[in-house]
Write a protein that binds this ligand. Structure first.
Ligand code: PAF
Length: 281
């Protein structure tokens, strides 16, 4: 596995690979890797001739400076995991490389960015679009692999690819969970033991809510989640929304068309966790 910090060197290697007829699969990450990231690398390996991962904690997508400062950084362990998973190339740029000058681009994603994560983390998706568009420009992948845990991010990236007419296929990959149901996340590393013990309640409550949806209204299911998270020791609900998969519009009734997804953000102490589950009945 080759590790690059310089864009020109990785671009040279990638154009040689392309000249040999290999297609490029790309897995962008912010490091602090876990089995969820490795499942993306694995899928990329099954579908592409060359697998590139990037590790870059992107400052422009953090609306809270403390969150950026505390974000886990585990580069050495990350590189080892990527190598063992069969990743071919890793791009590890510096902030100066990615942003030699401030990126003032403003993306517009309409309602996709005004709800849920977009509402509670203003500017977050603009930063995601800035960095992902730059990375796509550098790597020029045929396919890029993103986890469905960041469900809204996936919708935003698909919209960005469409807006910019980028020649990349976005491949959504299933959420990977710990044996107790907690969705894998780099932020899980920050959970103090008592919060880690409590955090699987999130998936339990989502799963029970999905079951309840068979016989109860949207409003009743939302009340149930509110109450259950309220009762769960140590967890604080930021939002729970039932949305239509593509538009991310909040649904009022199960009879509405489209796939319905329950999306949740919860604080476990100072750590903010998100999760989601398809709720179709
Ligand atoms: O999902 C992430 O880890 C990040 O938002 C991404 C896509 C790597 C952009 O920084």
């Amino acid at each position: 596995m080759k590790v690059y910090s310089d864009p020109l060197s990785i671009q040279k290697t990638l154009s040689e690979a392309r000249a040999q007829g290999l297609n490029i699969g790309f897995v962008p990450t912010m490091g602090a890797l876990h089995q969820g990231h490795l499942s993306l690398v694995e899928q990329a390996g099954q579908e592409c001739g060359v697998v590139v991962a990037s590790i870059f904690v992107n400052p422009t997508q953090f609306n809270d400076p403390n969150d950026l400062a505390n974000y886990p950084r585990t580069l050495e362990a990350d590189l080892k995991m990527l190598e063992e998973q069969g990743c071919d190339l890793v791009f590890v740029p510096t902030v100066e490389t990615m942003y030699p000058e401030p990126d003032n681009r403003i993306f517009a994603f309409g309602e996709l960015e005004t709800v849920m994560e977009g509402k509670f983390r203003p500017g977050h998706f603009n930063g995601v679009a800035q960095v992902v568009s730059k990375l796509f420009d550098l790597v020029n992948p045929d396919k890029a692999f993103f986890g469905q845990k960041d469900f809204q991010q996936l919708a935003i990236i698909k919209a960005m690819v469409k807006q910019l007419s980028l020649p990349v296929e976005i491949v959504p990959c299933a959420i990977v969970r710990e044996p107790d149901g907690l969705a894998m996340s780099s932020r899980n590393k920050l959970l103090l033991p008592e919060y880690r013990k409590c955090a699987p309640q999130i998936y339990r409550i989502l799963s029970e809510a999905k079951n309840l949806a068979k016989s109860h209204s949207v409003a009743e299911v939302k009340n149930f989640v509110n109450q259950e998270i309220g009762n769960a020791n140590l967890l604080k609900l930021e939002y729970f929304e039932l949305v239509e998969e593509l538009s991310l519009k909040a649904i009022q009734s199960w009879d509405e068309s489209g796939i319905k997804v329950g999306c949740i953000a919860v604080f476990a102490g100072k750590v903010r966790l998100i999760d989601n589950l398809i709720f179709n009945r």
